[in-house]
Design a protein around this ligand. Structure first.
Ligand code: VGL
Ligand code: ZN
Length: 240
């Protein structure tokens, strides 16, 4: 993607006059700074083609995220990291199938195929991610009886993962969220980051959703209501 300066140089002043100014300003208008962090959510083998909870087109987020990450000096990645026999697995609830729900002490829980079991290949981050500067990998969902879609707060709504404290300690004010899946871990992370006081952007083309019973539309509606900004990767300048 050309940045504004390159476009100006390429067009020259005559051609430029014929272009609407808004078209120029729309390109790469957001410049991540030292108070910005990219959160790369759960780009793990289980959520990619061939994985036990493969997200449709999940692999397509990888090149988009790799490119976008070049614009960030702060990158945090997350890893869904469940115990064997985790409470979110349909296989541990007799008579229940994946994508059905049950009531747990902390609320409604969608049940999933077994996925992202600690130390397994399925739980590994995609080998195609190329973000050498990533400074922290935060694991979540490691308490056997509590799920954690959010990278900040477990599903009981009170157990912190420590990520908000980390980001605040590093003076981060804006977070950009990308990865898998839009309607679960990305959305819950974005909503909790808003609650924790961060300015939050979700990069739509750097995410893919599961969309179980309308969950994708609901997630976008909840995020809009909470003041999460929905952007595209092209809106972000690659050089910080
Ligand atoms: C996720 C379902 C179960 C996600 C994690 O990363 O969005 N979804 N565990
Ligand atoms: Zn999970």
């Amino acid at each position: 993607m050309l940045d504004r300066r390159q476009i100006l140089a390429a067009l020259g002043t005559t051609a430029l006059a014929s272009l609407a100014p808004t078209a120029l300003l729309a390109a790469a208008s957001i410049k991540p700074d030292d108070t910005s962090a990219l959160l790369v959510i759960d780009v793990q083998n289980c959520f990619l083609p061939g994985g036990s909870l493969a997200v449709k087109e999940g692999e397509q987020v990888v090149p988009v995220i790799n490119k976008m990450a070049k614009g960030f000096s702060n990158v945090v990645m997350t890893q869904d990291w469940h115990t064997p026999g985790h409470v979110s697995f349909a296989s541990v609830h007799s008579g229940k199938k994946p994508f059905e729900t049950i009531d747990l002490p902390y609320g409604k829980q969608v049940l999933w195929p077994d996925h992202c079991v600690q130390g397994t290949d399925g739980a590994s981050l995609s080998k195609d991610l190329s973000i050498p500067q990533a400074e922290l990998i935060i694991r979540k969902g490691f308490h056997k009886d509590v799920d954690s879609y959010s990278a900040l707060l477990e599903a009981d709504g009170k157990t912190s993962t420590g990520l908000a404290g980390y980001l605040k300690g590093r003076k981060i004010k804006r977070v950009f969220v990308a990865g898998l899946a839009t309607d679960f871990c990305v959305a819950w992370t974005a909503l909790d980051a808003r609650k924790a006081g961060f300015e939050v952007y979700v990069v739509e083309d750097a995410c893919r959703g599961i969309d179980n019973q309308g969950s994708l539309a609901k997630a976008w509606a909840d995020m809009a209501k909470a003041g999460v900004k929905r952007i595209q990767s092209a809106d972000i300048a690659v050089s910080a």
